[in-house]
Design a protein around this ligand. Sequence first.
Ligand code: MRU
Length: 363
Amino acid sequence: MQIDNKHYHTIWHNSENDTVTVIDQRILPFRFETIELNTIEDAWHAIADMIVRGAPLIGVTAAYGLWLGIKNESVVTSELLKAKGDYLKSSRPTAVNLAIAVDQVIDAIGADYANAAEIALKEAYVVKQNEIDFCDAIGEHGVKLIEAISEKKKGETVNILTHCNAGWLACVDWGTATAPIYKAQLKGIDIHVWVDETRPRNQGAKLTAYELGEQGVSHTIIPDNTGGHLMQHGMVDLVIVGSDRTTRQGDVANKIGTYLKALAASDNNVPFYVALPSTTFDFNLKDGVKEIPIEQRDGAEVFAMEGVLNNEVVTTRIMPENSPVANYGFDVTPARLVAGLITERGVCEANETAITQMFNDKI
Ligand code: MRU
């Protein structure tokens, strides 16, 4: 997608110096900067400190991280691969793409330890390219939902609400929730996006608004609690969010606050869709509320906010110094509140029968 009219991916391998470059998402939209990852520790920190974030991008970074971790090892063994893989998997707990990508690279190496680094680099590229293709296909399937609403409204603006950033910054290109939006824009459909600010880290206000702005998509940032009001007044036609992990029965873990949007959508008959690639399904889990590990992050993210003051990026405390805070990163939306899952293979009902039929070969 575009930044300043230049096409970017969120991550790329530099063949000249054998490093990996990522966009630093901590400082967007205030500054656009990239960071070089030279070691597996760099990749671990990039994920844990949210230089990169979003389930698909976390997975791709971990795949390249494994390559960084073995490229200078004189002897690679299955024990070494497992240890490095486990280390990367410990960086963040909720997005399942992380473990899936690491395991994909280890599986590709198999027992060919002599060529492990070369295979790992090639497979990391496969992981990356797959995520691009999946998001592209999600866009093609999802745009049909927007098109149908536009036809029903006789070409009037289709209002879509999204939460957090499930855009191209969270993936490699296109995004998951945003792919149908970008495809709708290409088709000339009149669209407008309500962007939840998404406290505490404000991925909506900072990242989704930034990328929609760079792409020229009409959008409005709203405080997190606004969605229900808009839905009651017929101002939302469709909700599309992303996912960090979705179970075989269709329960969806996504950024904290997603569940409340799903409840409001259900109460107001607004279709609530989740866009996700197959790499975000955890077919081993069934009951998302009971089984999906929910990340708890540093209270500092709640306690303080970042903004621009006199052209400087500053962080400021916004609550009493001694009040305790809680910072749950994700919540789980039960399948019954989900109208459908927009995947690279098509739109699937959020239930075990439909999911296991569509992804039969992956289970
Ligand atoms: O904590 P983050 O910013 O990594 O959380 C991201 C989300 O919750 C996204 O909505 C999700 O990963 C889907 S990304 C395509």
